[in-house]
Design a protein around this ligand. Structure first.
Ligand code: PBG
Length: 333
C-alpha cells in the first residue's frame, strides 16, 4: 500500500497539532550537556578583549576564564576547549612554547581544574598559536609542514596538557599517525584516563578566518593555506578513512570540522562507525549567524537553536560552539 492510499487514516499532522504531541515524538534533543564551549585565553588579569569578527566573544585573562568556566558549569555545559592567544615574542620556528609547563594553556588548565573541578577540560593540540609562520607544524625550507617532526612536538604538547589537567586532548593538526603516537605516550606516562578527541575530518576551510583573528595567527599565516594537511572540502570517503584510522590508533571520540557545511560527513561517520562524534560549529559559522542577526535579518535565538539541533539530528553527540553559553541559558529557560 502506498502512503497516498493510507490517507485519510494516516494524517501525519495529527501528531503536530499540540505541543505535547510534538514533544512526545521529538526524535532529537539538544541539551546543555551536549555543548563544549571554546574559550580564548590571553595574558593579564581582569581582561576581556572583544574579538571584532566574533561579536559577543572575548579573549579572557585566566581569572576571567575561571569565572566563565564556573558559569558554564552551573549552566550544565559539559566542557571547555581552551585556545591560547600566544604573545608574539614567545612564538618560534619549533613552537617550543607549546609544551612549556607554564604556558598560557597549561596555566589555564590548572587554574580551572582547581576552581571548577566539575567541568571537563579539552585542549587543542596543534602548533599554529606558537609558530612564527602560523602553520600547525614544523616546516622545512620550502614551507612544507613536516609530518613526523610535528607529531613529536604534538606528543610533547599533549603530555604537558595532560599533566596540567586536561581531560581530553584535541589534536586539530591533521598529521598522519599522531593519534597513535599521542595515545602511546599518554599510556606510557600513566595518563591512561586522558581521552583523545581527534579532529579526524578537518577540512581546509575558509570558515576559520575569525578564529585566526582571535588567536592572532592570521597575520603569521599571511596568504599561505593548510591544504597539504587539512582535507579537501570535496571529499567524504577520505573522511571515513581518516576517522577509521584515528579510531584504530586510539581516539575516543571523533570530530568533524567545520559543522553545518559538513553535516553529511557527520552523518556518514556516525552511521558507519557508530562511535561518539562531535561537530565543531566554527568561528565563521558563528560570525555569519551573528552578522545576519545584528542586521535584523534573522531571529538569532531561533536560528541558533535550530542550527545546533541539526547537528544532533545528523548524528553528533556533542557540539563545540561559541554559542554554548547563550544556548544553555535559552534551554534552561
Ligand atoms: C588550529 C585550529 C583552528 C581552529 C581550531 N583549531 C584554525 C585552523 O586550523 O587554522 C578553527 C576553529 C574555528 O574556526 O572556530 N589548529
Amino acid at each position: 500500500m502506498t502512503y497516498e492510499q493510507q490517507f485519510p487514516r494516516t494524517r501525519p499532522r495529527r501528531l503536530r497539532r499540540t505541543a505535547f504531541l510534538r514533544a512526545m515524538v521529538q526524535e532529537s534533543v539538544l541539551q546543555p550537556s551536549d555543548l563544549i564551549l571554546p574559550i580564548f585565553v590571553q595574558e593579564g588579569t581582569a581582561q576581556r578583549t572583544p574579538v571584532p569578527s566574533m561579536p559577543g566573544v572575548n579573549r579572557l585573562s585566566i581569572d576571567q576564564a575561571v569565572e566563565i568556566a564556573s558559569e558554564a558549569c552551573d549552566l550544565g555545559i559539559s566542557s571547555l576547549a581552551v585556545f591560547p592567544v600566544t604573545p608574539s615574542e614567545v612564538k618560534s620556528l619549533d613552537a617550543a612554547e607549546a609544551w612549556n609547563p607554564d604556558g598560557l594553556a597549561q596555566r589555564t588548565f590548572r587554574a580551572i581544574k582547581q576552581a571548577v573541578p566539575d567541568i571537563g577540560l579539552m585542549s587543542d593540540a596543534a602548533l599554529d598559536p606558537f609558530t612564527t609562520h602560523g602553520q600547525d607544524g614544523i616546516i622545512d625550507e620550502t614551507g612544507y609542514v613536516l609530518n613526523d617532526e610535528t607529531t613529536e612536538a604534538l606528543v610533547r604538547q599533549s603530555l604537558s596538557h595532560a599533566e596540567a589537567g586536561a581531560d581530553i586532548i584535541g589534536p586539530s593538526d591533521m598529521m598522519d599517525g599522531r593519534i597513535g603516537a599521542i595515545r602511546d605516550a599518554l599510556e606510557a606516562n600513566g595518563h591512561i584516563h586522558t581521552c583523545i578527541m581527534s579532529y579526524a575530518a578537518k577540512y581546509a576551510s575558509a570558515y576559520y578566518g575569525p578564529f585566526r583573528d582571535a588567536v592572532g595567527s592570521a597575520a603569521n599565516l599571511g596568504k599561505a593555506d593548510k591544504k597539504t594537511y587539512q582535507m579537501n572540502p570535496a571529499n567524504t570517503d577520505e573522511a571515513l578513512h581518516e576517522a577509521a584510522m584515528d579510531l584504530a590508533e586510539g581516539a575516543d571520540f571523533l570530530m568533524v570540522k567545520p559543522g553545518l557545511p559538513y553535516l553529511d560527513v557527520i552523518h556518514r561517520i556516525k552511521q558507519e562507525l557508530k562511535t561518539p562524534v562531535t561537530a565543531y560549529h566554527v568561528s565563521g559559522e558563528y560570525a555569519m549567524l551573528e552578522a545576519a542577526a545584528a542586521n535584523g535579518w534573522i531571529d538569532r535565538d531561533k536560528v541558533m537553536l535550530e542550527t545546533l539541533l541539526s547537528f544532533k539530528r545528523a548524528g553528533a553527540d556533542a557540539i563545540l560552539t561559541y554559542h554554548a553559553l547563550d544556548t544553555a541559558r535559552l534551554i534552561n529557560g
